[in-house]
Design a binder for this molecule. Structure first.
Ligand SMILES: NC(=O)c1ccc[n+]([C@@H]2O[C@H](COP(=O)([O-])OP(=O)(O)OC[C@H]3O[C@@H](n4cnc5c(N)ncnc54)[C@H](OP(=O)(O)O)[C@@H]3O)[C@@H](O)[C@H]2O)c1
Length: 358
């Protein structure tokens, strides 16, 4: 009885709020050329959408910012390009404020690809998979970060594609970032020696002192190829590549026989236009060293996400996994928050708080 009364109160609060508010959406105005600009988007204001039969309305509270969004804006990738005039595609967390769907009730805290909008309508699935309810005790920061696409990319990319053995040396670029910092810690937990690469002394200090890498190379001030050689004179067994370009070239010069190069991402080229794209110089090292370079897309591991979350939660419970979150605030700051990833301003997972949960 008490439960029903509390729910009714919550429904009234959420329902009243969402009916009196407007819905702001950041729509794609044109395909960005180079670094994204505010003028690539339009801030649109309109009525809050209502749920039809079999649908529910989500009030978005947190948005995830991921380098892959830059690719989605530019053209077709492993997902179709965001259409001009549509809200920018993005993962998020929110609270159900109206529901005509049997599986979702007002007040449920849910996760899905809701996009850059304050309110989203859903029938239970989004472009990247089903809308899910957050497990009790899991925070939005964890759901979008270490237990979300970010942490799972680190887990499956390293353990399934890189397959390091205890005692191996693992090189991780983008090591102070959301994915890279988890890779560093998983590799340490697996008994590897870990060398990180990150931009600037503060990030490098964090990678060693907080994430626990054995060393970190500051690519902004050091010669990366020479430093890898000094730190791993016999070469590295696994490269976990988040950056690409010159950093991947430096890594390839330092792989040992039978190495595995995990091509997780190449953020250094995501803003390049056709003319400014350049290839790798040292790819023949893969032949010389009988090495393997392999890409992957985390969405292909959907059926195994539960297994990955369990493994990451265990590491966390054992005190072997710390996470950093860079939480910006304000829906109006969506474009600027996405830019932070390409300016290297974030340490750890880049999120934006859009609203407080009720
Ligand atoms: N394959 C998949 O399924 C999958 C899934 C998720 C993510 N990813 C990839 O994983 C990588 C990391 O993503 P994330 O979400 O964890 O982002 P992140 O590492 O938290 O943030 C991006 C970082 O990249 C670095 N960076 C940006 N521009 C750079 C440049 N020109 N040269 C060198 N470093 C640069 C910056 O760090 P510094 O300050 O250290 O430069 C920045 O903080 C990305 O390449 C992403 O596309 C792939």
């Amino acid at each position: 009885m008490l439960f029903r009364r509390e729910n009714a109160t919550l429904e009234k609060t959420l329902g009243t709020t969402h009916m009196t508010e407007q819905n702001r959406r950041w729509l794609l105005a044109s395909r960005p050329q180079g670094m994204i600009k505010d003028s690539d988007f339009t801030l649109d204001t309109g009525p809050v959408p209502r749920a039809g039969e079999g649908e529910f309305v989500v009030r978005v509270t947190h948005l995830s910012f991921d380098p892959t969004q830059r690719g989605w804006l530019g053209g077709d990738t492993y997902l179709p390009a965001v259409k001009i005039g549509d809200p920018v595609r993005a993962g998020g967390i929110g609270q159900v404020v109206e529901s005509h769907h049997p599986g979702f009730a007002v007040g449920d805290v849910v996760q899905g690809t809701f996009g850059w909008q304050e309110y989203a309508v859903s029938a239970g699935t989004t472009e990247t998979g089903p809308v899910t309810k957050l497990h009790a005790g899991v925070t939005p920061e964890q759901a979008l970060g270490v237990f979300g696409v970010t942490g799972l990319t680190a887990w499956f990319g390293l353990t399934d594609v890189g397959r390091p053995q205890p005692g191996d040396t693992v090189l991780v670029s983008g090591a102070a970032g959301a994915t890279g910092s988890v890779v560093v810690q998983v590799a340490k937990a697996l008994g590897c020696t870990v060398i990180g690469i990150a931009g600037g002394p503060d990030k490098c200090r964090w990678v060693v002192e907080s994430a626990g890498a054995d060393a970190c190379i500051d690519y902004r001030s050091e010669n990366v190829a020479r430093r890898i050689k000094e730190l791993a004179p016999r070469g590295v067994h696994v490269v976990f590549e988040n950056v690409g370009g010159a950093i991947l070239d430096a890594a390839l010069l330092n792989i040992r026989k039978g190495a595995r190069v995990v091509l997780c991402g190449g953020i250094s080229s995501y803003n390049d236009t056709g003319d400014s794209r350049s290839g790798l110089n040292n790819y023949m090292q893969l032949t010389v060293m009988r090495a393997r370079m392999e890409g992957f897309i985390i969405l292909d591991y959907g059926a195994r996400f539960g297994e990955g979350v369990q493994a990451l939660a265990k590491l966390m419970a054992e005190g072997k996994l710390v996470t950093a979150v860079d939480m910006q605030e304000g829906f109006e700051n969506c474009p600027a928050t996405l830019r932070r990833l390409f300016e290297g301003k974030n340490v750890g997972k880049q999120l934006l708080k859009v609203a407080d949960p009720v």
